[in-house]
Design a protein around this ligand. Sequence first.
Ligand SMILES: Cc1cc2nc3c(=O)[nH]c(=O)nc-3n(C[C@H](O)[C@H](O)[C@H](O)COP(=O)(O)OP(=O)(O)OC[C@H]3O[C@@H](n4cnc5c(N)ncnc54)[C@H](O)[C@@H]3O)c2cc1C
Length: 512
Amino acid sequence: MESSGGRAEGSARGPRVLVVGSGIAGLGAAQRLCRHPAFRQLRVLEATARAGGRIRSERGFGGVVELGAHWIHGPSQGNPVFQLAAKYQLLREKDLSEENQLIETGGHVGLPSVSYASSGVSVSRELVVEMASLFYGLIDQTREFLHTADAPVPSVGEYLKKEIRQRAAGWTEDEESRKLKLAVLNSFFNVECCVSGTHSMDLVALVPFGEYTVLPGLDCTFPGGYQGLTNHIMASLPEDVIVFNKPVKTIHWNGSFQEALSLGETFPVLVECEDGACFPAHHVIVTVPLGFLKEHLDTFFEPPLPTEKAEAIRKMGFGTNNKIFLEFEEPFWEPDCQYIQVVWEDTSPLEDVASELRHVWFKKLIGFLVLPSFESVHVLCGFIAGLESEFMETLSDEDVLLSLTQVLRRVTGNAQLPAPRSVLRSRWHSAPYTRGSYSYVAVGSTGDDIDQLAQPLPTDGAEAQLQILFAGEATHRTFYSTTHGALLSGWREADRLIALRDPQAQLLGPWL
Ligand SMILES: Cc1cc2nc3c(=O)[nH]c(=O)nc-3n(C[C@H](O)[C@H](O)[C@H](O)COP(=O)(O)OP(=O)(O)OC[C@H]3O[C@@H](n4cnc5c(N)ncnc54)[C@H](O)[C@@H]3O)c2cc1C
């Protein structure tokens, strides 16, 4: 494989562009490129049999369940997912209202409707509100460390614990009440692990934590399923642009590749698939999840990535958050209940207890959201993050159902509580083309690593330019882990290519 040198021009039909991955980043990039006349030779290679990636809505329980993305975070004018969903008429009236768009949540999960403790009693609302305000007050305080050189501790978790330890020293209640307060706080730590997609807040870097940007608007859902959005984008692409069941094995770059049918033309990149198929290209936009990149770093690029980019990929955080849906014959919760919190009284964020996962995995579950949209079907959706979540993936449906039935009987104090009728869950860590849920800025890394990952290759302008471009949620410095971050990153890379090939082009503007 010779190095081509100089800029690859492409044929009269324009450059050949491949997009790897058909999640919202890949689809967004493809849609943007397809609207430009210079990009008529475009293909999207998708490893699985479906588009959408971590946006995955399935029919279930007489309605739609979201196995991946659940909410539009910050549905307001600055959110392109909100804008597109509104354009495609996928949202409820109330979620489109000015009023909804103006609500500032600070990115915090709402208060539970009820908090059940492991001894079978409910925790008082007053105590839960007091601990929620302490916890989220501290989370807000972490923003103070953005861009500071002298953070007191490396991680968000250590900072929260240090502050909580200090406050707890001043608590005057009896031992049992103090323990209950810590147990409630532990449940909020578990929630934050789900939000950050991490095993422990001790793994999340303190200084860059405040760089994640929360948009205004009360989070909303898609009544017909999140996947309606990616289906709409897909439908706007020319037929056959997406090639399904085509996992990419290795991206050969900085080369000079020929194709039997296109005489004399050379391409700087060759994308080799697991089934042996090869696609030469001028440009490749890689949108595979960070979890996949981490696992296949040594073989996915040939020559290997420059050291700084490979290091950034190794250092960045990518963890697991899963959902467990339970279907009940009859609800055991009140009609207005939206969120059931579960508090394990023997847990505290200030103590690490090493126990075998199979005995304790379910204690990481934050509790359950009550899904509202199912009329005669009663469904709870549990969230669980970290190693416990990955362990849960290895269990059978029967085991999960049995464990959670026992948990619910225990916390409600009702030993006769009927078992759920069925269970459905996500398994994002086992998914070979995802290997987890979403990215976070891990201890030892910063926002600069996100920008490093987003840098196209080669960095040296002497070779053919923009051979490999990088998009996907993990490449967005302030909106990582979200669908809008992913979509914006796809548009960003499409615009980068358009600017290279057509410097006079009027880019479409940030949104539509
Ligand atoms: C449980 C869960 C809950 C979430 N909740 C929310 C939420 O409420 N709100 C929110 O905004 N975000 C949420 N997210 C995050 C959001 O889903 C993602 O940030 C976003 O969908 C990522 O889009 P993407 O295009 O970057 O990646 P993906 O959607 O993962 O797309 C990447 C695509 O690349 C394909 N691929 C991988 N390897 C290869 C290969 N070798 N060859 C070819 N194709 C390959 C994959 O199959 C996939 O289709 C959640 C995610 C999860 C898992």
